[in-house]
Design a protein around this ligand. Structure first.
Ligand code: ADE
Length: 249
């Protein structure tokens, strides 16, 4: 079944990159169906208001529940017989990982991204829709963006590139950072010498066993240097150990 992705936002133009490159082609090839919606469609006042001041006081504005309620009611019931997963990107969510991208690419057929802005969406929207649909609050990382749009773009790209047929060479998806708990090895192409810098001799040797060993060592060294936390998790047997791509994909 074609993966369907809906994005609800007050800045539909932010999602324009979904027309480009790999995802644009996947859409044209019918491998993924993307719909971007303006949340203000579901407002009824002259100013198309989506936010208001927080009860209890504090800085900033909170997104009102009514437009979200109407938008998600309508969008989530748009396909008879199908149930979407609602994804709310936010810095307070669970970490979005390669494992979750892979799970979504293989197990979900419909994702609805609800992109919040300001200080967030009224909590009752989460309660209402978590009671009716699978719902995930997911964070890109430990930093704060202005809204969920960039995160929805990033998550869409991470998931869609794993849909069979989207990336031409599927083998290239296995040997990647985060697929088995190690970062990727360094890569080189022609020319063999550039500004006096030589390509490591082993890569020109033609010894496949030695090349594989060298690449593995580079991955471990690089991971130890840049992401020691990943090696700790690997040693504890926690997290991806082997490529998680299945033979049927
Ligand atoms: N919205 C704001 N900050 C975010 C983050 N770190 N991840 C996902 N969505 C966000």
């Amino acid at each position: 079944m074609t993966l369907r992705i809906d994005v609800v936002t007050i800045f539909p133009d932010y999602l324009a990159p979904l027309d480009l490159s790999l995802i644009g082609r996947a859409r044209r090839d019918g491998l993924v169906e993307v719909h971007v919606h303006d949340l203000r469609t579901w407002t009824h006042d002259r100013h198309r208001t989506v936010d208001d001041t927080p009860y209890g006081g504090g800085a900033g504005m909170v997104m009102r529940p009514e437009p979200w309620g109407e938008a998600l009611d309508e969008i989530c019931s748009a396909v008879r017989g199908r149930t979407p997963r609602i994804v709310v990107p936010g810095p307070g969510g669970e970490p979005f990982t390669q494992a979750e991208a892979r799970r979504m690419a293989s197990e979900e057929d419909w994702l609805v991204f609800a992109c919040g802005r300001y200080e967030g969406i009224d909590e009752r929207v989460y309660e209402e829709f978590a009671g009716r649909y699978p719902l995930s609050v997911l964070s890109l990382g430990d930093y704060v963006l202005n809204g969920g749009e960039v995160a929805a773009l990033a998550m869409t790209e991470a998931v869609v590139r794993l849909v069979p047929g989207v990336v031409g060479n599927e083998a290239s998806l296995v040997e990647e950072s985060h697929e088995d708990g190690l970062l990727e090895y360094p890569v080189y192409t022609k020319p063999p010498v550039w500004r006096g810098r030589e390509v490591p001799a082993v890569l020109l040797s033609g010894h496949h066993g030695q090349i594989a060993r060298w690449r593995h060592e580079q991955r471990v060294e690089r991971t130890a240097q840049r992401r020691p936390d990943m090696l700790d998790r690997r040693a504890a047997g926690d997290g991806p150990q082997r490529p998680t791509i299945s033979a049927s994909e």
